[in-house]
Write a protein of this length. Structure first.
Length: 476
């Protein structure tokens, strides 16, 4: 619970700002293009450091990295809350992203090592999955309420008491783990390559909406990110103590689960962002009503993640639970594509949210169980950082692609004489269709790549057989 409260604070901060952006723009005088850096500064440092932060937890001790990130995040939140200029706010948001990466990257690794028993681990991952997947919609509600009731400064200041309580409880209830030490994987050149690659990649993605996907800016930074990533892989293959041992990717379930998660969040995150825009710009909802409108999907994800999904995973296996969940998410997004200009929340939006909520509630715990299953305890932080990286980068990439497609479609419809509301709706419809297709791609990966792990009895039998000395007739 302590870890997940810390995670909820990080997740909330990624979305709570979106609702307050108009007020921030007015108060600090941001232009429309520079306003994006209030969000982008956080995303670049957060997404760029997640993988390195997870491995750092393995090397230095996960609780220490968690606490260091919490302190950094809290200090940066205070700086954001009292910011009176554009520069102070953007720099503080960048530092806040660093703290968020250090804190969140090690949480899942701590959970799977603290709860090795399958039943308890499934429940704990269910709580974490609910926070990671549904916390963002809670941020929409909280952001609207705080901004309207007080002012935008308090969306950052509210982090302070939560962080202090989390830190005190973490020191009391979380035992300090011993890290492997820098000698087991302090590959500083590799760390520099992967951090630079991910930061450059996230930057190219989040700025693509301003420059265009085919622009020299986007293609140049994208190519630079790929080149750095290739350099990182070459470095890790040759390093005596690699930062990221490449053998970890030999696991079909780990690699497949991360690919599935990237596709799933790429398709699903459009619902939260574009769905909120549809409610505001077409149906006329205010900020608080938008947050309330997303409560059903949050409640369903929480209900399933916090118990039911864990039971299904134990009874039928994570793979068998995941695939129907992904199909439900795809069906919900396809239903969302049927929204209309004069639509109703109750008849067009809510049914789609229910389907997505059911699918996400089944899928997130299952995919995280598969991604962390079979990982060595000394590499749990690395696997946790990898899961968070695919979650964030997949979400950023998917949102950028869907938002661009939606904007282009809207512009085309306006040019052909459609009304503003009709053109916006047409853009959102296309984005939801593409989102459904991305999730169907995740279904294909799940069917073709994932393998059902052996049962507990089978695993014990295999271990016993491997422990038996094998004698040939010639040796006898």
């Amino acid at each position: 619970m302590v870890l997940c409260v810390g995670m909820l604070m990080i997740v909330l901060d990624a979305t709570i700002v979106n609702v307050a952006l108009p007020r921030i723009q007015t108060d600090l005088g941001f232009s429309q293009s520079s306003l994006a850096w209030v969000v982008n500064a956080y995303l670049i440092s957060f997404g760029g450091l997640l993988l390195f932060a997870g491995r750092l937890g393995d090397l230095l001790g996960r609780r220490d990295v968690f606490m260091a990130g919490l302190v950094l995040f809290t200090g940066a939140s205070l700086a954001c809350g009292v910011a009176d200029s554009q520069t102070v706010l953007v720099v503080a948001r960048f530092i806040q992203g660093i703290g968020g990466a250090l804190t969140s990257a090690v949480i899942l690794g701590m959970i799977v090592t603290m709860f090795p028993e399958p039943g308890e681990q499934a429940k704990a991952i269910g709580v974490y999955s609910f926070v990671a997947s549904a916390g963002g919609s809670i941020g929409l509600l909280a952001g609207g309420a705080i901004t309207q009731a007080i002012n935008w400064h308090w969306i950052f200041i509210v982090n302070l008491p939560i962080a202090v309580v989390t830190g005190v409880l973490a020191l009391r209830y979380l035992s300090r783990d011993r890290g492997l030490g820098f000698s087991k994987g302090a590959d500083l050149p590799g760390a520099g390559l992967i951090v630079a690659a991910l930061m450059m990649g996230v930057y190219a993605i989040v700025e693509a909406s301003n420059y265009g996907w085919a622009s020299a800016h986007t293609l140049g930074f994208g190519a630079g990110a790929v080149a750095l990533l290739v350099g990182f892989v070459v470095r890790e293959a040759r390093a005596a103590n690699p930062l990221v041992p490449l053998r970890i990717f030999r696991s079909r379930n780990l690699s497949g689960a991360n690919a599935i998660q990237a596709l799933m969040v790429a398709g699903m995150y459009g619902m939260f962002f574009l769905g909120a825009l549809y409610l505001q710009k077409v149906l006329g909802f205010d900020s608080l009503e938008v947050g309330l409108g997303f409560i059903p999907v949050t409640a369903i994800i929480g209900t399933l993640s916090l118990g039911f999904s864990a039971k299904l995973n134990l009874r039928f296996g994570a793979r068998a639970t995941l695939i129907p969940g992904l199909v439900a998410v795809a069906a919900g997004l396809a239903l969302f594509s049927q929204i209309s200009v004069d639509g109703s929340y109750w008849s067009e939006v809510l049914p789609a949210m229910v389907l997505v909520g059911i699918g996400a509630g089944l899928s997130f715990p299952s995919v995280m169980t598969l991604a962390m299953g079979g990982v060595r305890p000394e590499e749990a932080g690395l696997a946790s950082g990898l899961v968070n990286t695919t979650l964030q980068v997949g979400g950023a990439l998917g949102l950028a692609v869907l938002a661009t497609l939606s904007t282009n479609r809207t512009s085309t419809l306006v040019g052909s004489g459609e009304s503003a509301a009709s053109a916006l709706t047409g853009g959102y419809q296309l984005a939801f269709v593409v989102g459904a297709a991305l999730v169907l791609g995740a279904v294909a990966v799940a069917v073709m790549v994932l393998r059902s792990p052996p049962s507990v009895d089978e695993a014990v039998a295999v271990e016993a057989a491997e422990a038996e000395p094998a004698f040939s007739s010639e040796a006898v």
